[in-house]
Design a protein around this ligand. Structure first.
Ligand code: NAD
Length: 272
């Protein structure tokens, strides 16, 4: 019986994706968890392939299916780095089976988060646009810096990711923007500037600006620049290996064991 020996039974939805394959690797390397299955979209090529083979490892005897309902039934926790629509459907399954759901998917809007909140009344959901310890510490530092420095300082957030990324600015960049806005006691939506083009005029006070770079195979880089007349502070994070996100997701699943239903973040998991 998966999970009965204290080992957490893990399922991976989107197991053939960049993060899905990394999750397979990290889950099989971790002693406190065991891999019980994975899914891909119905009709997708990886379906019925071995998860180990998909991840470039030796076969694990665990096949990729297109049946997330069965996966949520047999896993204790499901790790999900897919797409917003898919993650919302998975969260409903987590609620149905009362399981742990760790969501790394980015690009969710406010309605999506409200739908997740509803599922979280019956499932333990941990969601974070960035599962790394370093970025979650950076979020705390940025909030503190923004609070200390006030509106006379201009905040700009620069991020770069690989050319296949589909959402912009990155979920992490937006999270950093929200942290800065919280520090200032404002709503990010009211002060964010996500694009600039042409004759923009001078920079208004109090705005939080974003610049998005895409190219190559960059795993993820974020820099928060806080600039005033005559001086500038830069706080940043560079991810060089997707393993940090996968390790964070496994840590979140282990942390979630035995918790009451609810929507949690990596801040909760890491106790920051
Ligand atoms: P990817 O496109 O390589 O992988 C996504 C996978 O999900 C694909 O294989 C796709 O077929 C699969 N998928 C989509 N819908 C599905 C469904 N309904 N059922 C099963 N599988 C489905 O993308 P990626 O680079 O692995 O990133 C995935 C997501 O994770 C993105 O939103 C990305 O921004 C996010 N991400 C988050 C973190 C974090 O720390 N939170 C880190 C890296 C990436």
């Amino acid at each position: 019986m998966p999970g009965s020996d204290g080992i957490l039974a893990i399922g991976i939805v989107g197991c053939a994706g960049r993060m899905g394959r990394m999750l397979t690797k990290i889950v099989t390397e971790s002693k406190d968890v065991t891999l019980v299955g994975g899914t891909e979209r119905p009709g997708a090529e990886p379906v019925s392939n071995d998860l180990g083979t998909l991840a470039g490892l030796s076969p694990l005897g665990v096949a990729c299916t297109d049946d997330p309902d069965a996966l949520f039934a047999k896993a204790d926790a499901v790790l999900d780095f897919t797409a917003p629509v898919a993650s919302l459907a998975h969260a409903r399954l987590a609620a149905k089976h009362r399981k742990i759901h760790v969501i790394g998917t980015t690009g969710m809007n406010a309605d999506d988060v409200a739908a997740l909140q509803r599922s979280a009344s019956e499932a333990v959901i941990v969601m974070a646009p960035n599962m790394s310890l370093g970025v979650n510490l950076l979020l705390a530092l940025v909030e503190r810096a923004a609070r200390a420095l006030g509106e006379g300082w201009d905040i700009e957030i620069v991020e770069m990711h690989h050319r296949m990324k589909v959402d912009a600015p990155s979920g992490t960049a937006l999270g950093l923007g929200r942290a800065a806005a919280r520090g200032r006691g404002v709503e990010l939506d009211e002060v964010a500037v996500k694009t600039r083009d042409g004759v923009t005029g001078a920079r208004p006070d109090g705005r939080i600006g974003f610049a998005t770079l895409r190219g190559g195979d960059v795993v993820g880089e974020h820099r928060v620049i806080i600039a005033a007349a005559g001086e500038r502070i830069e706080l940043g994070h560079i991810a060089t290996d997707r393993a940090i996100f996968a390790r964070g997701a496994v840590r979140a699943a282990l942390w979630a064991r035995g918790r009451s239903p609810g929507l949690y973040s990596m801040k909760d998991v890491l106790g920051l």
